[in-house]
Write a protein that binds this ligand. Sequence first.
Ligand SMILES: NC(=O)c1ccc[n+]([C@@H]2O[C@H](COP(=O)([O-])OP(=O)(O)OC[C@H]3O[C@@H](n4cnc5c(N)ncnc54)[C@H](O)[C@@H]3O)[C@@H](O)[C@H]2O)c1
Length: 351
Amino acid sequence: MSKTLKVGVIGVRGIANTHFPGWRDSPHAELAALADVDGEVLRARGSDLGIDRLYDDPYAMIADPELDIIDVCTPNMYHTPLTVAALDAGKHVICEKPLAPTPEDIRTMIEARDRSGRMLMTAQHFRFEGAAKALKTQIDAGALGSIYHARSWMLRRSGAPTRGTFVEKKHSGGGPCIDIGVHILDLTLWMMGNPRPVTVSGVTQDRLRKLPGAFSNWGGAIPDSWDVEEFAAAFVRFENGATLVLEVSWLLNHPKTHGEDMQMWLYGEGGGAHWPQNILLRTDNETRQHFDVQLQNKAGGEPHALECMAFAEAVATGAPSPVPAEQSLDVITVLDALYRSAADGREIVLA
Ligand SMILES: NC(=O)c1ccc[n+]([C@@H]2O[C@H](COP(=O)([O-])OP(=O)(O)OC[C@H]3O[C@@H](n4cnc5c(N)ncnc54)[C@H](O)[C@@H]3O)[C@@H](O)[C@H]2O)c1
């Protein structure tokens, strides 16, 4: 099969490196161009990948008529203008998480998508990870029945990415909520069948980074420019009566010195589930037995690469977006309400 879709990637320093293998391995797409406002990073990446169509100006790349797909991998605050410009130029867009840091920006992107008739997908790679796919298959087959409560967290003891991309609000739009909260919240809502959130009560905290000698194992010293939260928690109610307790943090006195503790517990009438261990918990009332089932993970692949391949496949075959922007809008609506609730000290009722 010939590779017909030509891809241009914007922002080629960090996460983009996990997308390149997906474009290489996709039978439908190939990497054709790169853009970055940092000329040094751009030329180094072009040389590594053997790509000579290099743009210092991402909007010049978006205007390139040879390209079919734009892959947005810049810091969060640039996702909306670049995505809207790309959709208006007739390109299909896959954009890193968060799709944008505010619900208003995501609505603007959805309008551009609908105006253009092109595809828009959020790069939520955890949906493409083997254990998540196996659990989702079971849930869709009814293994848990109706899920009425979830507990989810993504907690790092000392794992703040201290680059401006993440800790300066003008680039990131928020702290761990916006950075890693989107991962665990997107995954949880997807497992729950994307029920509509109706109320959010939340808190944010900003304490450990201010202590003398505070540090992060993921980036060294804490910069003075850090102006986002370090911890957040929320209680969310959904239209179908289900509830969720969510906790996220970059700095917390919680086990796991390196790496992170990322878990999701789902509770339904037909059973419970624990991810990523992927255990189903069942109760047989007739024999009064509890029993646990260990799921086999779906055969894998690297999830960032798989999400790019899934996007190209959907564009090539006319299938729906593998991660629809409307679902990302719900994720950011909850996190935006969490921030508002924390600021106002009250529960937020969503329209
Ligand atoms: N899915 C994941 O697991 C994951 C992990 C890390 C980051 N991310 C997301 O990826 C995005 C980028 O994060 P990163 O860690 O790669 O950041 P980074 O700082 O390592 O790289 C960002 C690159 O974008 C370039 N850039 C900045 N503004 C630009 C603009 N307007 N036009 C063109 N290029 C621009 C920078 O020069 C830099 O090279 C963020 O949205 C982040 O949330 C996702």
